[in-house]
Design a protein around this ligand. Structure first.
Ligand code: BDR
Ligand code: CA
Length: 306
């Protein structure tokens, strides 16, 4: 198999499901492992959902279960957005149970990284708990990580707190470990998906995309990240878009500080665009996207899912 080697860390999640479909269908990527983490819903459900998607798309990729919840905080899930199961609205025909590894995410990730001839890209579209644990348990894994492209954080307003985004605010301590690791990080925050809503006309085109279109629009009907009438916020696919089509994005480099202690602001990403904090940049931060280009790309990727 050729293509960029990739590990996806995820918590499906309706927008995760689309991101996973796009990655599995892309000839430019070689998805070597999918790790799951408690986030949008609990670990059992997000793992089951991942295995359902693999069966649906008839793909054989190793899946490893990770952390049940954040490093030090209690998990407060997002079932109000994705439904109780995390992928509410479609009756899947079973799970690819044979893909489930008997290793936990940290060990399966380490094994996958060390077995790779070239450094691997981690696409992190969930709370960063598994990645932080990997860096603590196996610090030597760093040299095998080409970069981490993560959906998380915000330059402007939040969706979990006033100024905080779900993936970061769910496990700020993990995010702090990852952002301060020295690894090449790309942050694709909330602002990007808000600039590039998937509009009713795009959803009509997706509905016409065979069995994948039918399945995804059934999920979209239950997704509360926007609406089918006014536009859907497809957060996690924006991280996959940055990996596959970086030319669609405007970026800058900046120091991103993670607020851990704030009584009202824990989990905020302080994207220091003006250097107030006198720190070296630790991330490439996406600041803009070609919205029409993204929408066309998104629909065409779904057409390719089969
Ligand atoms: C992020 O939170 C989750 O609900 C989505 O799957 C996405 O990863 C957006 O804030
Ligand atoms: Ca997610």
């Amino acid at each position: 198999m050729s293509g960029t080697p990739v590990i996806i860390d995820t918590d499906p999640g309706i927008d995760d499901a689309v991101a996973i479909g796009i990655a599995l269908a892309s000839p430019a990527l070689d998805v070597r492992l999918i790790t799951t983490v408690g986030g949008n819903v609990n670990l059992e459900n997000v793992t089951d959902n991942t295995l359902k998607l693999l069966k649906f798309w008839n793909k054989s990729v190793r899946v490893a279960k990770g952390a049940e919840g954040p490093l030090v905080r209690q998990l407060v899930d997002a079932s109000s957005i994705h439904g109780a199961s995390g992928m509410e609205g479609y009756e899947f025909d079973g799970t690819a149970r044979e893909c489930l590894s008997d290793k936990v995410a940290v060990e399966a990730t380490y094994e996958t990284l060390m077995a790779s001839d070239e450094p691997v890209v981690i696409v992190a579209i969930a709370p960063l708990t598994n990645i932080a644990l990997l860096l603590k348990v196996h610090p030597d894994a760093k040299r095998k990580i080409a970069r981490i492209i993560m959906m998380g954080g915000t330059i402007t307003r939040g969706n979990k707190g006033v100024l905080s985004e779900f993936n970061i605010a769910t496990d700020p301590e993990a995010a702090s470990i990852v952002f301060n690791s020295g690894i090449d990080i790309a942050m694709v925050g909330l602002d990007i998906a808000w600039q590039a809503l998937i509009l009713p006309g795009d959803i009509d085109k997706i509905r016409a995309c065979g069995r994948t279109g039918k399945m995804l629009t059934a999920l979209f009907d239950h997704y509360r990240g926007g609406s089918m009438k006014t536009g859907l916020k497809m957060y996690d696919p924006t991280a996959m878009a940055y990996l596959l089509e970086p030319g669609m994005f405007e970026t800058t480099t900046a120091y991103v500080g993670i607020e851990l202690a704030g009584s009202l602001t824990a989990g905020c990403t302080l994207v220091d665009l003006k250097g107030y904090l006198h720190q070296e940049p630790n991330a490439t931060v996406c600041t803009g996207i070609d919205a029409d280009g993204f929408r066309d790309w998104f629909v065409s990727c779904i057409k390719n899912c089969g």
